[in-house]
Design a protein around this ligand. Structure first.
Ligand code: MTE
Length: 425
C-alpha cells in the first residue's frame, strides 16, 4: 500500500474511452447501445441531469425521510432530500474522527437492511481465473472476510457535490442537484480487508484492468430513467493500492446507513467510488462503464469543452466549526476552530481572515499528513455587528483555494473560499 494517494483515474479514463471507441470496452449492466446513446447525448444530459434523490422518494415530506435508519437530531445533521448533511458546529470540541452519529449520509435511494449471515461478496468476470459468471461467482461471506488479515486506516469520504449550494449563494451561478453546504464530508477510521487481498484470493489474472463494485441498495431512478444499481469502475491499479473492503467504522460494526455489512472505501477519491452495501463485483480484462462514470460525476460545462473528464480528485476546502450565522460576544476574545482538506494530499497551511487580512492559523501538529487538518485562531470581534469569516488552505501539492470556484454544469468540486457570516452581540 502506498503512503501517497494514487490519482490515475483521469489517465485511466482516457484509456477506457479509447478502448471503448475501438469496441473493446463494455458497460456492465448498461448496454453498449445505451452507452453510445449516452455518449452522444452527454452534454445535453449533463445540463438536465442531477444527482438528487430518486423520483420515488421525491414526494416524501422533508425531515421525515424513511430512507435513513439512524436518528437525525437537528443539532448534528440536516436532512437534504434522501440524504443527511453534517452540521459543522457539531464537530467543535470533537476529536479527529467524525463520530458515527453525525457522519453525513448520501443515499441515492434508501438504506437497505442486510443480514450479515446471508450476505455474500460475489466476484465474477474474465479478470478472474476460470471466468466465473455473475450467476456462479467466487463468493466470500462476512465471516470469510473477517478471517482475513485486517487493515485499519483513517480515510476521508466526501461527496463530489459538497459545497454545491455556494455556486448559487456566493457566485450567482446556481446548479441543480443536492444543495450541500460543506457538511457532505467526514473522516472515519475504517477497518477491513484490503481489496487486493480478496482479489488475489479470488484468482485475479494479470490482464485484469477494471473492478466494478455494485451496491445492494435499490436501483436508482432519475428523470424517469432507471440507471440500475449504484456501481462505478475502479482501475485495477487503484484497486490493488489502498482500497479497503470495510466492515468497521470508528471501532464499531459498519452502521446500516454507511454500508453494513461491507462497503468499499477508496481513499482520496470522490465519495461515489466508495460503494456501500457492496454485493456483486465484476473484474474485467476490458474497461467498464456505468452511468456513474459517464453521465454523472464528470466535469461538463463552459470550462470543460466536450467532456472534461471524470470528477476525480477532490478539491481543497476549509470549514469553520461554527453554526451558519453564529452569534459571538463582541469585545471578547474567542478561539475559532475549523478543518481543511484536499483530495490531492495533506494540507500544508491554512490562513484565516476575520476582516483585517489573511493570517496563518495554528495547525494541530498531530494531524500533519492525515486526510484532514484541524486548525484554530484567536479572534476578538471588535464591535457588535455582522462579520464575515474566511479560511483558505494550501495542500502539499500547492493546490490553493481560489476566491471563486470554477463553474461546471453538475456543480462538482466547489473550492472557492466560503464567506461565513457571524453576528457579534
Ligand atoms: N453506495 C451505494 N450502494 N449507494 C449510494 O447511494 N452513495 C455514494 C457512496 N456509496 C452511495 C454509495 C456517495 S455519492 C457517497 S458521497 C458516499 O457513498 C457517502 O457515504 P456515506 O453515506 O457513508 O457518508
Amino acid at each position: 500500500m502506498s503512503t501517497t494517494l494514487s490519482h490515475d483515474e483521469a489517465d485511466h479514463d482516457a484509456r477506457r474511452a479509447r478502448q471503448w471507441l475501438a469496441g473493446q470496452a463494455r458497460g456492465g449492466a448498461v448496454s453498449r447501445a445505451e452507452l453510445i446513446e449516452l455518449a452522444a447525448a452527454m452534454s445535453a444530459l449533463a445540463a438536465a441531469a442531477d444527482d438528487r434523490g430518486p423520483v420515488a422518494l421525491a414526494a416524501d415530506p422533508v425531515g421525515v425521510d424513511p430512507g435513513i435508519v439512524k436518528p437525525l437530531p437537528a443539532e448534528l445533521l440536516t436532512p437534504v432530500e434522501s440524504n443527511a448533511e453534517m452540521r459543522w458546529e457539531a464537530m467543535a470540541g470533537q476529536g479527529y474522527m467524525v463520530p458515527n452519529d453525525r457522519f453525513f449520509v448520501r443515499n441515492h435511494t434508501h438504506t437497505p437492511r442486510l443480514d450479515a449471515d446471508t450476505w455474500r461478496l460475489r466476484l465474477f468476470g474474465d479478470g478472474l481465473r476460470g471466468t466465473p459468471t455473475r450467476d456462479a461467482p467466487v463468493e466470500f461471506g462476512y465471516a470469510d472476510l473477517r478471517a482475513l488479515p485486517a487493515v485499519e486506516l483513517p480515510a476521508l469520504v466526501e461527496c463530489a457535490g459538497n459545497g454545491r449550494h455556494f455556486f448559487a449563494a456566493q457566485q450567482d451561478t446556481p446548479v441543480s442537484g443536492l444543495q450541500w453546504r460543506l457538511g457532505g464530508v467526514g473522516v472515519a477510521r475504517w477497518r477491513g480487508v484490503p481489496l487486493a487481498t480478496v482479489l488475489r484470493h479470488a484468482g485475479l489474472t494479470a490482464d485484469a484492468v477494471d473492478v466494478m463494485p455494485e451496491g445492494l441498495d435499490p436501483p436508482y431512478v432519475t428523470g424517469g430513467v432507471d440507471l440500475g444499481r449504484v456501481r462505478r469502475p475502479l482501475p485495477i491499479g487503484k484497486a490493488l493500492d489502498d482500497v479497503l473492503l470495510a466492515y468497521e467504522m470508528n471501532g464499531a460494526p459498519l452502521p446500516a446507513d454507511h454500508g453494513f455489512p461491507v462497503r468499499v472505501v477508496v481513499p482520496g477519491w470522490i465519495g461515489i467510488s466508495s460503494v456501500k452495501w457492496v454485493g456483486p463485483m465484476e473484474v474485467s480484462t476490458t474497461p467498464l462503464f456505468s452511468p456513474w462514470n459517464t453521465r454523472l460525476y464528470r466535469m461538463f460545462g463552459p470550462g470543460h469543452p466536450g467532456d472534461g473528464g471524470p470528477a476525480d480528485v477532490q478539491s481543497v476546502k476549509s470549514a469553520f466549526e461554527l453554526p451558519w450565522d453564529a452569534r459571538l460576544a463582541a469585545g471578547v476574545e474567542t478561539t475559532l476552530t475549523g478543518r481543511s482538506w484536499s483530495g490531492a494530499g495533506p494540507i500544508d497551511r491554512v490562513e484565516v481572515d476575520t476582516g483585517d487580512g489573511w493570517h496563518p492559523a495554528t495547525l494541530v501538529e498531530a494531524d500533519r499528513g492525515g486526510p484532514w487538518q484541524r486548525w484554530s485562531t484567536r479572534w476578538c470581534p471588535p464591535t457588535a455587528g455582522r462579520w464575515t469569516l474566511r479560511a483558505r488552505a494550501v495542500d502539499v501539492t500547492g493546490r490553493v483555494q481560489p476566491d471563486r470556484a470554477g463553474f461546471n454544469d453538475l456543480g462538482y468540486h466547489f473550492d472557492g473560499v466560503i464567506r461565513h457570516p457571524v453576528t457579534a452581540v
